[in-house]
Design a protein around this ligand. Structure first.
Ligand code: ATP
Ligand code: MG
Length: 425
């Protein structure tokens, strides 16, 4: 026997019945994005490597150690499986001139790839939904994005489990002044830093503040805070965000150590977090990235956005004991003899055209075993096709979910089909 092959470590199949929750979730997202006027954008899963190196930043976890990069064996090009969505969205907007007539509000969903240690809530292929507002400078865009996420939590019944943290990263010159003081401070306390932090002390000191190492909490707690270096314009933007959040009745906590793992952020950053998923607490994260469009070769324009981890949201649903609606068909068709199939199949086709979801029994078997399958399918109705009934132009229907005495079979004429359709819907 050939060796059994399995999926790549950290990359998951999404199989039924679990896939029903994914479909339901995607449906919620689609409706939600439409309700805010965000349009769908789809980009390839593979991009030229420099897009991510330039877009995400060289001294980040993603670019330093998480990217699946490879040389195309056929033409020697350097390619990378996308680790996130924003860089590609910006590339596509620039490439297609989508920003020529002002702002664009876009959303995407799909698989992302990062070479991380697989564990609960952390996979090597995972899925994100992202929303981006490009070409809008004001705090209203930041808050609109935050509110989209809030509506999603409330649609999913997760409103009580996810809270909002925000921070302001200011502008490059403000971060530069803070950086000088931060490096000096960290150098003074070098003996308390771990290897990772010492390595980043000069390349990306802000990221040192984001450490999850419990031994370093005291030293980062007392470090100079970026917020104390912000100028009037940055503070005004940050206050604008807070005022709009208050007006919308959205509670938030200011977390001065929230810096995000990607280099392209400025001004507002935010995370939606939960205490129900252990170490993988961030469900959705985002912020403003006013410099990225220019960095990727476009005309300078402000922008902001977020991305959420679909696996984490769905795990949270399970954790909270919420179940997604099942994907049962409305009717399950059984036949007393395989010979009837040429008559039954066209009826099922006609029912589907009329809007009824019908699962047709395949593979024969006794009436008893077929009715068991009908029941297990979750369908409300069994459609029972018998030889005599078909000759009489009729079909039996049975309510599988009704009270015991309602479960009598009723005979319904097949012509006109509308009477059967009405009985089933
Ligand atoms: P973390 O700090 O958990 O590594 P991150 O800062 O790398 O997250 P982002 O790049 O901001 O995450 O991605 C946005 C969201 O995508 C995260 O909040 C999370 O929900 C999800 N996500 C990120 N990496 C993974 C992964 N490896 N597996 C599953 N979900 C992920
Ligand atoms: Mg990460």
């Amino acid at each position: 026997m050939a060796d059994r092959l399995s999926a790549v470590k950290g990359m998951n199949d999404i199989v039924p019945p679990k896939s029903a929750a994914w479909e339901w979730f995607e449906q919620q997202v689609r409706e939600l994005m439409r309700s805010y006027g965000y349009q769908n954008l789809r980009t390839p899963i593979v991009e030229y490597t420099p897009l991510f190196v330039r877009g995400i930043g060289e001294v980040t976890d993603i670019v330093e150690k998480e990217m699946y990069s490879f040389t195309d064996a056929l033409n020697g090009e350097q390619l990378t499986l996308r680790p996130e969505g924003t860089a590609a969205v910006v590339r596509a907007c620039v490439e297609h001139g989508l920003l020529y007539d002002g702002g664009k509000r876009l959303w995407y969903t799909g698989p992302m790839f990062r070479h991380e240690r697989p564990q609960r809530g952390r996979y090597r292929q995972f899925h994100q939904v992202g929303a981006e507002a490009l070409g809008f400078a004001g705090p209203d865009a930041d808050v609109e994005l935050i509110l989209i996420a809030r509506q999603l939590w409330s649609r999913l019944g997760l409103g009580d489990l996810i809270t909002l943290e925000i921070n302001c990263l200011g502008q490059a010159d403000e971060r530069a002044r803070h950086r000088v003081d931060l490096i000096a401070y960290l150098e003074q306390h070098a003996d308390q830093l771990d290897a990772d932090a010492r390595r980043r002390l000069h390349s990306n000191p802000l990221r040192v503040l984001d450490t999850k190492n419990p031994q370093m909490q005291a030293v980062v707690e007392a470090a100079p805070k970026l917020i104390d270096y912000l100028g009037a314009a940055s503070l005004e933007h940050f206050n604008g965000v807070q005022n709009l959040l208050r007006a919308a009745g959205q509670p938030f906590a200011i977390n001065p150590r929230l810096v995000r793992g990607l280099d392209y952020y400025n001004l507002t950053v935010f995370e939606w977090v939960t205490d129900r998923l252990g170490a993988q607490a961030t469900v959705c994260a985002g912020g403003r990235y006013d410099g990225l469009i220019e960095q990727i070769g476009g005309k300078p324009a402000p922008a902001c956005g977020w991305a959420l981890g679909v696996e984490r949201v769905l795990e949270l649903l399970i954790e909270a004991g919420k179940s997604a609606p099942t994907s049962a068909p409305q009717a399950y068709a059984v036949l007393t003899s395989a010979e009837l199939m040429p008559h039954v199949m066209p009826v099922c086709e006609a029912l589907r055209l009329a809007g009824v979801q019908v699962q047709l029994h395949l593979g024969g078997g006794s009436m008893k075993s077929q009715m068991k399958k009908a029941d297990a399918s979750g369908a409300r109705w069994a459609l029972v096709f018998g030889e005599q009934e078909l000759q009489d132009g009729r079909v039996g229907i049975k309510d599988l979910r009704g009270a015991q005495d309602d479960q009598q079979q009723r005979l319904i004429p097949l012509e006109p089909l509308q009477s059967l359709v009405s009985a089933l819907l």
